[in-house]
Design a protein around this ligand. Structure first.
Ligand SMILES: Nc1ncnc2c1ncn2[C@@H]1O[C@H](COP(=O)(O)OP(=O)(O)OP(=O)(O)O)[C@@H](O)[C@H]1O
Length: 345
């Protein structure tokens, strides 16, 4: 397919996402690109995304290898979603009101129900990975950490959203996505991280994995909202509700016309269009330092935390302002070495 790369619309830890235009149809789509030599992650994402088709999952359009500025690039083409991410809707002082949270959550749960029934766990559900279309349709994106349920256990994703069993390095399956969904609901409601009063990222891993605590429910949520969270945020993964069960929860009921006009904000912010450079400038400025860390999950919990702290370096723990990234090598299902990002916000 003939196409032209446009401006950068997103930059994740593993790849750059640009808007692109098809020469034939003139249509805009999104292309996630990385140098071919470093594209193991993206190729894995392509394999998974190409098997999925749902109105609640970002649409797959194909992949291509290109030659640009003397670099061989691997490109994953996807439908372009112009409304930003859920994280853009609730950030800092900006808050989504409860009906809007229910509206988006319902769509995320529909997406999870579809993904899980296809035997896949996403493993990195968070506001930043839920994209919004121009009609406020929410779609699950970024399958870079996803794996088939039966796949050999490797741990990946974003520690702030880790379920207790993931923080302990035991397992990461569909129930862990439900825990992360609960964290994402809190993110939408508060505009902040699911865990508060955390001194540093190591403390949060201990707290999630070993304290038996769960994140604090926003006090202003309705009883229904809090009950929904209590079904997602159960420390025992076997007691957590499934996506299918959650779809019947009253918090997600489609009550009508109210749902149609729900995208109200407590402030007048709305991330209108991601092609607005201002939005992306602010994201690009949030780059955070990398930390190398090997075999994190092959050791005892205490050892892991200790090693994590040793390799981090004090300068990296700017807790409230930055993402902190910890990298680990793990073996993937195709026998290659995968670089997993553990990202702290
Ligand atoms: N299909 C799309 N349409 C519009 N914007 C997109 C699309 N895909 C990705 N983006 C933007 O690019 C950002 C980075 O994309 P993505 O999360 O897939 O990259 P990543 O490198 O895997 O990131 P992460 O650091 O979360 O692992 C997203 O947060 C989003 O803002």
């Amino acid at each position: 397919m003939e196409w032209t790369r446009g401006r950068t619309i997103g930059r994740g830890s593993s790849a750059t996402v640009s808007a692109a235009t098809s020469s034939l149809s003139g249509e805009t789509f999104a292309v996630k690109s990385v140098e071919l030599s470093k594209s193991g992650f993206l190729q894995r994402e392509q394999r998974i995304l190409s098997c999925l088709r749902s109105p609640h999952v970002v649409g797959y359009l194909g992949y291509e290898i290109s030659n640009e500025d003397n670099k061989v690039m691997y490109n994953l083409m996807m439908e372009y979603l112009s409304g930003g991410t859920i994280a853009d809707f609730s950030r800092g002082d900006r808050r989504l009101k409860e009906p809007a949270i229910g509206f988006f959550t319902r769509q995320i749960v529909q997406g999870l129900e579809y993904i899980h029934s296809s035997g896949i766990a996403h493993c990195d559900i968070k506001g930043q990975n839920i994209l919004v279309g121009e009609k406020n349709e929410a779609k699950i994106a970024d399958f870079g950490c996803a794996r088939a349920e039966e796949e050999a256990a490797t741990i990946g994703g974003t520690p702030m959203y880790f379920a207790p069993e993931v923080a302990r390095g035991e397992e990461q399956g569909c129930p862990a996505d439900i825990w992360a969904l609960g964290c994402t609901v809190i993110e939408m409601a508060t505009g902040g991280a699911p865990w508060t009063r955390v001194e540093n990222p190591l403390a949060v891993l201990y707290r999630i994995g070993y304290s038996g605590e769960i994140p604090e429910f926003p006090g202003f949520l309705s009883d229904e909202g809090k009950d929904f969270l209590s079904k997602c945020l159960r420390t025992d993964s076997k007691e957590r509700w499934t996506a299918k069960q959650l779809l019947k929860h009253p918090f997600l009921s489609e009550t009508s016309s109210e749902r149609k006009r729900i995208l109200e904000f407590d402030s007048d912010f709305s991330p209108t269009c991601v092609l607005d450079q201002g939005v992306w400038n602010s994201i690009e400025e949030q780059e955070s330092p990398d930390v190398t860390y090997e075999n994190f999950f092959s050791e005892s919990p205490e050892k892991r935390i200790e090693r994590l702290s040793l390799c981090s370096g004090e300068a990296n723990w700017r807790w409230d302002e930055n993402w902190i990234r910890i990298r680990s090598h793990v073996e993937n299902v195709w026998g290659g070495d995968l670089l997993v990002d553990y990202v702290f916000r």
